[in-house]
Design a protein around this ligand. Structure first.
Ligand code: ADP
Length: 268
């Protein structure tokens, strides 16, 4: 797939001569093909719930139904409509992130507090099926857009819950590794085969489509995470072993993390 794409144009030039212009359009072709893939993916993702929805609508219109069936059908339809709403919402979040060059207003973020929120959300999502622990370094601050980071880091935590079977353990950490401040989520879940890891942040990329859908995933979560982290000069590192678990770590640039609150305030 490394072949170059060249556009060639020939113009008459003098007597029986031609001027030939070649232009390297490899990059243009690549972004164009990515855009086509993206449109195809969006259409496919929306088509499935839409087909279910119109199928049930049709049935309800054509057939006499018992009260119980009617209620059941309406439930299914509501679920499919909600699914479409989540997909469209994630797409809008992604479009907004890709459009804005700079993150919105930045703050000094109280990370231990943010981690406590993440842990509480995870406890809600897990409904008692997992052990969830957190460790946070109290004195370590990061400067950034709190809502964006909350949603990106929250995505990593909810993935850990969604891809970890009952009885598993999830640990959320915020610490100074000696080599920078790192937020991490470790799980004892299903893990990810090595060949999939480099592609996880592509839009709609999933290791197992049906599992992702069953747990309410859109395949857009990590694409959103990637954009938010880019805007915060942070790096996502993934370690995983199939069948054993995964670790998603976010390493912040030194220029954004502080021990000293006065220095952090000055950086905003
Ligand atoms: P989804 O909405 O499908 O979860 P994401 O973009 O959040 O989409 O993640 C992409 C894919 O990465 C998922 O479909 C799943 O296959 C894999 N994945 C993400 N986090 C984990 C995890 N903690 N354990 C195992 N697989 C994961």
């Amino acid at each position: 797939n490394r072949q170059k794409v060249l556009a060639v144009q020939a113009f008459p030039y003098g007597d029986n001569r031609k001027l030939v212009l070649t232009q390297d359009i490899t990059e243009l072709e690549r972004t164009d093909s990515m855009r086509r893939d993206f449109v195809a993916n969006v259409s496919h993702e929306l088509k499935t719930p839409l087909t279910v929805l119109s199928g049930f609508l049709e049935t309800m219109r054509e057939l006499p139904l018992s009260e119980a069936d009617r209620a059941r059908y309406l439930d299914i339809m509501a679920q499919q409509a909600a699914r479409m709403q989540i997909i469209v919402n994630d797409l809008l979040v992604l479009a907004k992130l890709e459009g804005d060059a700079k993150p919105p207003v930045e703050h000094m973020i109280d990370m231990p507090n943010l981690l406590r929120h993440l842990r509480d959300d995870a406890l809600g999502l897990s409904s008692g099926k997992h052990t969830i622990e957190m460790e946070a370094d109290d004195g370590l601050t990061v400067v950034g857009a709190e809502n964006e980071l909350m949603s990106a880091l929250g995505n990593l935590v909810s993935n850990a819950v969604r891809y970890t079977p009952e009885g598993g353990k999830i640990t959320i950490r915020w610490r100074d590794t000696g080599d920078g401040a790192v937020f991490s989520v470790t799980d004892t879940g299903i893990g990810i085969p090595a060949e999939h890891i480099p592609r996880l942040t592509e839009r709609f990329y999933r290791v197992d489509r049906s599992r992702s859908r069953d747990t309410g995933g859109t395949g857009l979560g990590l694409a959103i995470v990637k954009h938010v982290l880019q805007r915060h000069d942070a790096l996502l590192q993934v370690k995983s072993e199939e069948g054993r678990g995964s670790e998603f770590a976010v390493r912040f640039a030194a220029a954004r993390t502080f021990r000293d609150k006065v220095a952090a305030a000055k950086a905003i």
